[in-house]
Design a protein around this ligand. Sequence first.
Ligand SMILES: Nc1ncnc2c1ncn2[C@@H]1O[C@H](COP(=O)(O)OP(=O)(O)OP(=O)(O)O)[C@@H](O)[C@H]1O
Length: 903
Amino acid sequence: MANKLKKKTPPPAPDPAKLKEDKEAKVTVTEVVKDERTTKIAGAVSLLVAIFLFIAFTSYIFTWKEDQDMARLGVGIFTADDVKVTNLLGALGAYISHTFIANGFGLASYLFCTFFFVLGVNLLFGKKVYSLARNLRYLILGLLVISVALAFPTKGAEFSWGGATGEMMSDWLVKVTGKVGTTLILALAVLSYVIWRFNPVFKMPQRKPRTMKAAPPPPAETDEAEAEEMLPVYPFAKGDPGVLETGDAVEDNNNKLKNGGKNISVIMPKQQAVNEDPMIAFEVNEKEIAEDAGLVTAIPPKEINDLYAAGLMKEPLADEEEPATGEPVAEPVTVKTPRKNATPQDMELEIKQTVDDEIVDTEAEADMEDNDDAFDSEAVDDAGKANEEDEKVYPFTNFKIPDGDYEPTLELRDYKFPALDLLEAHGSEKIVHDPAELEANKNQIIATLKNYDIAIQRIAATVGPTVTLYEIVPAPGVRISRIKNLEDDIALSLAALGIRIIAPIPGKGTIGIEVPNVRKTVVSMKTLLASDKFQHNSFALPIAIGKKIDNENFIVDLASMPHLLMAGATGQGKSVGINALLVSLLYKKHPSQLKFVLVDPKKVELSIYRVIEKHFLAKLPGEEESIITDTKKVVYTLNALCIEMDNRYDLLKEAGCRNIKEYNEKFVKRKLNPQKGHQFLPFIVLVVDEFADLIMTAGKEVEMPIARLAQLARAVGIHLIIATQRPSVNIITGTIKANFPARIAFKVSSKIDSRTILDAGGAEQLIGKGDMLVSYNGEITRLQCAFVDTPEVDRVVDFIGDQRGYPQAFLLPEYVDEKEMEGKDFDVADRDPLFEDAARLIVQNQMGSTSLIQRRMKLGYNRAGRLMDQLEAAGIVGKNLGSKARDVLVHSETELEEILGGF
Ligand SMILES: Nc1ncnc2c1ncn2[C@@H]1O[C@H](COP(=O)(O)OP(=O)(O)OP(=O)(O)O)[C@@H](O)[C@H]1O
């Protein structure tokens, strides 16, 4: 040691000339002003001024009497010899307080403290923590309103509550409007100021959330500053919505967090808050976070026990369970906040742009009305004036119909599409942001990870209607599987049900943690249907299902799905989901284009649609009820649908078309002869509300036709929506599953059920009430299902049902149970009831073709073949000639009537 000390030689003295030269070259006044330290010092000074004013003013309230004589000396107070002031801040405090309070604005002068505080914080932290412009507006208006409001009722009092300015303005007001007028004006002004400044959401202090709706309405010319006013507010930063930095403890009652927010900066990106889908970027100061690591242990043992009891401890998801959250809508855009004196700890404003652009702000709601009109009139226009234009785009069919072409809607040409105002917005359409909740969850996630020595680079949040997605970018070298294995720990530390970890989010290189929001937002059907994506798409069967986490509307084409399997435990939103699908189709399709076959073993869920029987429903010939509830009838109906499918395939084959779209186009262009059985083919959507019930009672009899339809019916425009409460393997068999690539899972009771429906876990962790996972196109997306209430559906179907419909429901082909017909084939007495009709058809057309009977009489192949055999036996047609049509032996109808009369 001694040696070392000895060896240590003093550094060589710097060359003074050189030093001088350097200094002169580097330091300029501008640089001093721009220097980060100068700004920080200015910030500190400003904060000091705020504190100084606060103490001086407060002290003045108690000492003004003693000090007022001194204060009246003006600046002389600083030079007079015998000055004795009692203000805590001495002569300066007394003088300034007197100037601000007595000569100025009375107690409203406290607003100056907030102004300097805001200025100080902004300068000190080198960023726009609070909006200065907004505070300036609050200050100016507050000074005017508060000073007059205080001066008026306290006129004549010893203490100058409203200051000289307040008194002067109050006197003037009294002179102009009288005492009563002044009272009213002031009451109004104070009320308006309070509403503007502390808006009504502050009435709920238990959570202190702030919705977008709660933001003050922006003035006509919305600028950046105004936009900021719509940002959420931190509880402790009351009145300074938007941004938080270095907050003290953010305490969330639900999460029992203590001391969560220190040294973490949060920026609420204003642009997104105004639009929708805010991406809230948290920047993490890792060094300091280490101190927060103890947070997890802050959960009391009792709560941990509760969480165990609530079943929160669960196995981590297996690899193949990891679902994709939505399509990669747009890559996050990173915008460096333009500001001076950037330091390594500086924040970045990360904005995740979304595709969708409606909802969330109040403006969108106002637009809704316009959308209603546009949507409505467009549909009615298209339907009603179809033949007034030379060439028109047929409503929602996506092909053009020139003059002279067949118009399928002609029979119901006055049909009016339901208007959007039949639906409700369901109160809050606004995504609720609770910054305290976000902050607390973020801190918990970081702290939990930190506990396991997992460092992260960044964490960002996307607030959805039901859940918030926290995206984590782990530090280089961190194994993803480690984070995945912490699912239970994170769920435990957040004390919330329904947490899912997606590691990694496909295509993004981040890890997602979905945490349910404390306050959830209802996604109304109305918003979805009013959206541009729904109104202007080229889908054959557009269905609005719900909203993704990033608030993008999930609107897809049922025709390309092409069938949908829905499962979910009872009470989790299945029926609402089915109604949402049906209502979206009713809003987009003309009765000539779409028919529903509704199967409802529960007998109550779909009966509401009975009133649209003559417009949109299909049923078996001779049936009273159009909603099928009886299992036997369901079997008949499914088989009838199979016959319809076969018949349609025959038609398509004959027309040389590959699918229903080509066929209908050809038919509309009058290239197909209706005399040969051709007709415009509407889409048919089969909806089964409780599939499990059917399988239990009819088993294979139901499963087989369903599987057949699912395999083949797509090209001929028959689509299936099958829902079940019990997604067990004996209900959703391999055959069914294989043919339903698109599946929806509402909350289910077990992971096994989730695997049965989605081939992946996750649905057991949903939170119910329309929270769902959709497996579509190989991706699993979490959605909040659109909500449409029964009264709304009632209004829509009544609106349709009140209009003129077809004379009867769309008739499906008749199905006769083969077993019932056995042994009756050639018994003349037991001849098929349709024998005479078939005979007339054959004689009229002079064509002994089984497929003609099949198509025109809407019969299955077997029954048509049997009829043909009976016709042969009766001598009406000749022998079977293989692929060629049989000879017709009766050449006129008179001759036929004679033969028939003889039987
Ligand atoms: N998308 C949604 N948004 C908000 N709340 C919903 C949503 N879907 C369902 N709910 C709530 O959940 C309740 C139950 O929904 P629903 O009747 O659709 O359940 P279900 O799964 O069909 O039940 P069941 O199988 O017993 O008929 C509804 O009354 C509603 O309050």
